[in-house]
Write a protein that binds this ligand. Structure first.
Ligand code: NI
Length: 382
């Protein structure tokens, strides 16, 4: 096998900026998918568009083991506040999480692997709708892991919590499960001056919120990471009227384990128990949005090794994890693999957080990401 051509920094940056200027929300990535399909076809990949609605699959080779490289491609409903020449041209839409970079990296890896004689197959999954947590599942439902059957999956996230020139890789859970709950507190409305004739759902909701905060402190093993956040409260329309209902929404995050298993029951019991104590009723709608992202032991070692070759062992960080979620989890719960965080915070400091209107990356991270994924695929197939 020949060695891959060097990373083409200019084309990587140009592709990233092009996509950055034309952000598309989940399952609306028509332009992005079209650009990807066109580039992959020109490189002689076998291209299948429309996998998971707007997802694109590119396949090279057949026979031998098959490695899947995943890049998500959706943007966020955020209005860009950066005054850069490549700023978003779409009102209210922005690549504020770095997925523009993921697409550019995926295409650069495809370009470099295209002329090589690989010891197996490589399959690119350009995935829609990561931000709404269901693009990966949509691609899997449409068979992205079959024909040929995928043996391992790798992916990266550009990461502004890490300085450019570093990479975070570790085995085990690295991103959290994402659950969503909705609680409807049903009381009895009436006059604010005659509370004894009502069942006040606002007061009940306040107690439910407080009680939910005790789940992490009292019902969870303190050694297991978890977050419960109530993020929405809706009730009432007048200062002098006690409403008849209150609606709450929130999220539970874990790295799996007992609390992950028990959370749906605990949230429901708590809401209903507290409501009952006040003579009210609560109904709970609890949904699992994505599982934790869990890296395979052996393949994390492989990717760490590759990363050490790319940036030096001293720049490979252990222990980089977040309670944020990622639907890469669906790939990694179906096949073994590894998901790495590629540092993208500008060298001078002052990195804006992901999902913020001033988010941007140090574009050197694109070169590092492309090198990491190219070498990881080659090493895995060897
Ligand atoms: Ni993201």
């Amino acid at each position: 096998m020949r060695a891959p051509a060097p990373v083409d920094r200019d084309s990587l940056v140009a592709t990233r900026r092009d996509i950055h200027q034309h952000p598309e929300l989940g399952f609306e990535e028509m332009r992005t998918a079209g650009l990807i399909a066109e580039r992959l076809r020109a490189l002689n990949y076998q291209v299948t568009p429309g996998i998971g609605k707007t997802g694109v699959v590119g396949l090279k080779g057949n026979g031998g083991r098959c490695v899947l490289l995943r890049a998500d491609m959706d943007a966020l409903p955020v209005e860009e506040a950066n005054a850069v020449p490549y700023r978003s041209r779409e009102t209210g839409k922005m690549h504020a999480c770095g997925h523009d970079g993921h697409v550019a990296i995926g295409l650069e890896v495809a370009r470099r692997l295209a002329p090589l004689e690989l010891a197996g197959s490589v399959k690119f999954a350009f995935q829609p709708a990561e931000e709404v947590s269901n693009g990966a599942q949509a691609m899997i439902n449409d068979g992205v892991l079959d024909k040929p059957k995928v043996d391992a999956a790798f992916g990266i996230h550009l990461w502004n919590d890490l300085p450019v020139g570093t990479i975070g890789i570790m085995a085990g859970p690295v991103m959290a499960s994402v659950d969503q709950f909705e609680i409807e507190v049903l009381g009895r409305g009436g006059h604010a001056a005659a509370p004894h004739q009502t069942i006040d759902p606002v007061l009940v909701a306040a107690h439910v919120i407080t009680a939910l905060q005790s789940l992490v402190s009292r019902r969870r093993d303190p050694l297991a990471e978890a977050v419960v956040s109530v993020t929405e409260i809706h009730a009432g329309r007048a200062f002098n009227v006690i409403p008849d209902r209150a609606d709450l929404r929130g999220t539970v995050r874990t790295f799996g384990g007992h609390f992950f298993e028990d959370a749906p029951r605990l949230v429901e019991e708590t809401a209903q128990g507290v409501a009952a104590a006040f003579g009210a009723r609560a109904t709970v709608n609890y949904r699992r949005l994505s599982a934790p992202v869990i890296n395979n032991e052996e393949l994390s070692v492989l990717m760490r090794d590759v990363a050490a070759g790319v940036i030096g062992a001293g720049n490979v960080r252990q222990g980089v994890r977040t309670m944020g979620g990622e639907d890469m989890a669906y790939f990694l719960s179906s096949v073994p693999g590894c998901f790495a965080f590629v540092g993208s915070a500008p060298k001078g400091g002052g990195a804006s957080p992901h999902h913020s209107p001033t988010f941007d990356i140090d574009e050197e991270s694109l070169v590092i990401g492309a090198e990491l994924l190219t070498q990881t695929a080659i090493r895995y197939l060897d």
